[in-house]
Structures are given as C-alpha cells and as structure tokens.
Design a protein around this ligand. Sequence first.
Ligand code: AVJ
Length: 325
Amino acid sequence: VISPDIPSLSSSVPQGSPATIAEISTGLLAERAYTSPKYLYDSLGSKLFEAICELPEYYPTRTEASIFERYGSEIAQAVGLGSTLIDLGAGNCAKAAGLFPLLHPAQYVPIDISRDFLNEAVSRLQQRFPHIEMTALGLDFSRSFHLPASVRPERRVFFYPGSSIGNFAPHEAIAFLRRMRANEQGDGGLLIGVDLVKDGAVLDAAYDDAIGVTSSFNLNMLRHLNHLTGADFDVTQWQHRAFFNAEESRVEMHLEAREALSVSWPAGGRQRYERHFARGERIHTEDSYKYTRRGFIDLLQEAGFAATHTWTDDAEWYAVVHARA
Ligand code: AVJ
C-alpha cells in the first residue's frame, strides 16, 4: 500500500481536511473501492448536477416540480405557515424558493456541503425575499447534524427534496431521519421527495443520458478527489457506468478503469498510498435507492415520523411526503 514519496508525482497539495482525506482513503483502499457521493459536488459538480436536471432523461426534478406546482396549496396547508425551513442539500435553493410564496417561512436555513455555490445562491435569494431571515450553513450534514443557536428551535420543518434520501442505504436513511427527528421539538415536520420504483430502462436512461452529462458529473468526482487528497487520477483512464440493480432496488453509479492503472496520493510524511486497478475494475461512486410508496412510509415510521400526506404524479414515478413526529 505504501510506497516512497516521489515529489514529481505529487500533483498538488491536498485541500481536504484530515477527516475528509481519511474517509476518501479508506474507500479507495477497500477491496471493492467506493467513495461517498457527496464528493460529486464541488462547484463544477453542482453545476453539472443542475444540467442533469434539465436533461429529458432525468425525470425526478421535473416530476417533483410538477407535484409541488399541482399540490402547492395542499402542501402549504400540511406544512403550515411561519416555519423554520431547514433545506438539506439546498444547492441553488431554487426548490425552496419556489415554495416561499406558499409557505411563508419565518426563517430559511439552507445547508449544503458546496459552500461557495450555496453562499452565492443565498445572497441572490435574500435580495428577492428581504423579509425572510436566511441563515446559510456550509456544512456536511452527513457527518454532523449540529444546528447553531441562530437556527430557531420552534416549528422546524426539514425540507429534503430531490430524492437525495436515496443516496443512503435504507438502514442509514432511518438513522439520518432519526437525527432530524431529534433536532425537532415535535412541533415541526418533514417534507421529503422520494423516487419510486419503475421500469428499469427508464432508470438506466436517467443515469446514463445520451449526451453524457451524467458521465461528466461522475468523472468530475476524480478531479475533485485529486483536489481534496492530492491524488493523481487521470480522468481519461476512466469511464462512467450506471445501471438499475433490481435486487437492491437502487441505481448504482461506478467509475470503471479503461485500462490497468495505478493511483497514488500523500499518506502523510514522505509516504504515499497507492492503489492498483485492473482493467474493468470499478469505484462505486453512488447509490440511488428507489422505494415503493408503502416501503417509504414504513421507513419514515421506523424513524419516528408519521406520514400525513403523500402526493404523486399520475404515473407514480415520484412521491412527495409530509410527515410529523
Ligand atoms: C441528487 C442524489 C437525488 O440520485 O438521482 C443524478 C444524484 N446522480 N444523476 C440522484 C444523481 C446521477 C441524484 N440525487
């Protein structure tokens, strides 16, 4: 695993925190290499994800938006006015902003790991909605869920759209939802979007689009990993793979080595980690779990939430669920 440090191979100084570098190293050195999908989102990755949402094949964003549009007033009635709206993985904040005229939150708390991207979005949004108190938090909520005292404790409503919950395996999703529940006084709630099980061909196309935007999104993770760890991934040696795994009810994304190759990155001191990949060997970069309506409501219940309403599109490709403690 460890080889002597060769200065010419040190592509750059690692920019990630020690915890980030340790987490990435563990995954890359595992027998079946994996990385957390959160590393898809540097500034370029967030922009590529915005582009994915425009693709004809990628139905979730558009379908969710149509549900918010069609059932907006029912959703507002379920959620209630004057909440503390906590937007997990807010990105460009567009989804929450679309609900402001209906929900009239007292405070808006967008949280995203892509801090610079978030701050830019929030400063634009604050000008459009000067009366809503906005508290942007650039943090990794998958790691810690500590909300600062500036976040009002009353009527906390967790907004988790886009089927991002699908990135967690079901048992992790329950643990994550329980943490939301623990950060709420029982007077708030949860408004969550979830992608539903459907024909495998539709899912395959949504994650492997014809013009290669999702491929770029996936490959961009290697550039981000180079930046965070100082690794020397050569993006041209890798290719995008994505497919629906029906047994696990999830779409899997991988990066596959086009040829036998090695990657190395600093291990502290003069040491480097090195990982060899055979041709065809993969790094598992993302899971996107798909639920049945029943299965998801059961999962919420296991996490201490009771669903009050479920809204879907006519084809039942996607669901928006409101739940209370
Ligand atoms: C943002 C996690 C919901 O799983 O559909 C889109 C990310 N990955 N295309 C998803 C994603 C590839 C997306 N989530």
